[in-house]
Design a protein around this ligand. Structure first.
Ligand code: SAM
Length: 285
């Protein structure tokens, strides 16, 4: 929502909002799927919005993109093939290409225009898309995942909120398809909303993930541009617990993490120790 040069971001159930003072409107278009906007703000730099909802900002994008990629990478024992569903801004791909042992990264994004607009306005996010290991597949992730069987070591669901064409990506049917698409030690990562503002939604998402995955955990990381800033993420796995890091990767990660802005191995080990409030919300004993 745009009110007198303030871009207002409402929570999923429209009961809470936060605002970003806009310096300039840089881009607006209606793609086949959604309204795509880019604005320059005072507080978070360039900001990408889809159907009026904040997606990515220059100021805080590193938090989201680093945590959903390096956490599963460090737990996975053999990380060769990665799938990202959504993620057209390219930020998650950029993080995975930092790992030389990954052989293939598939990005299944329904809306090619998001990728093109991101290349123009967020080149620091899309820099990994030209890596030879990356395949960009313009398709609905809900349909794509049904065809994949035991193919991926890590699947990251980096989608928009659970409405319209993204709503299927939060169902137990979809999580079952993700499970089937993962190898025997596979891991799924996703963002799971703000528990203060969407209690019903978060309980529903975690209950759906538990119907399918034997290991389901959660952590928080601050996202300045998402309503309430307190943001939760899900880690679902067929075998490994989220703090069961692969010792073989520790040395290389020590080098890589020097250039990261949020993720480091110490933070990873601690972030799954969560509050009683958080445990109640996700139904964890
Ligand atoms: N990190 C952001 C967040 O959590 O709000 C998401 C950013 S990324 C730009 C979200 C992308 O998911 C959008 O570009 C959207 O087109 C894509 N998307 C939504 N539903 C999808 C689907 N069913 N299949 C593939 N991509 C989808």
């Amino acid at each position: 929502m745009n009110v007198d040069n303030w871009m207002i971001e409402e929570s999923f159930r429209n009961t809470y909002s936060m605002g970003f003072k806009v310096k300039a409107f840089l881009h607006t278009e209606q793609s086949k799927y959604q309204k795509i906007e880019v604005v320059e703000t005072e507080s978070v730099g360039k900001l990408l919005l889809l159907d009026g909802k904040t997606m990515v900002s220059e100021k805080d994008e590193f938090v989201y993109h680093e945590v959903v990629s390096h956490i599963p990478y460090m737990v996975s024992r053999s990380c060769k093939n990665v799938l990202i569903i959504g993620g057209g801004d390219g930020g998650v791909v950029r993080e995975f290409v930092k790992h030389a042992d990954i052989q293939r990264i598939d990005l299944v994004e329904i809306d090619e225009r998001v990728i093109e607009v991101s290349k123009t306005y967020f080149p620091e996010c899309t820099s990994g898309l030209s890596d030879k290991r990356v395949r960009v597949l313009p398709e609905d992730g809900f349909a794509f995942i049904k065809r994949a069987k035991k193919e991926y070591d890590i699947i990251v669901v980096d989608s928009t909120d659970p409405v319209d064409f993204a709503s299927g990506l939060f169902t137990d049917e979809f999580y079952q398809d993700v499970y089937n698409a993962l190898t025997d030690e596979g891991i799924m990562m996703n963002q799971t909303e703000n528990p203060f503002l969407d209690e019903w939604g978060i309980k529903n998402i975690y209950s759906n993930m538990r119907k399918v995955f034997p290991v389901v955990s959660s952590f928080t990381a601050p996202m300045l541009i998402y309503p309430g800033v307190y943001w939760t993420f899900g880690f679902s796995s067929k075998k490994f617990r989220p703090t069961d890091l692969d010792p073989a990767k520790l040395q290389t990660m020590t080098g890589i993490q020097r250039s990261l802005k949020w993720y480091n191995v110490d933070w990873h080990k601690g972030c799954f120790s969560i509050s009683n409030f958080h445990k109640t919300m996700i139904g964890q004993e």
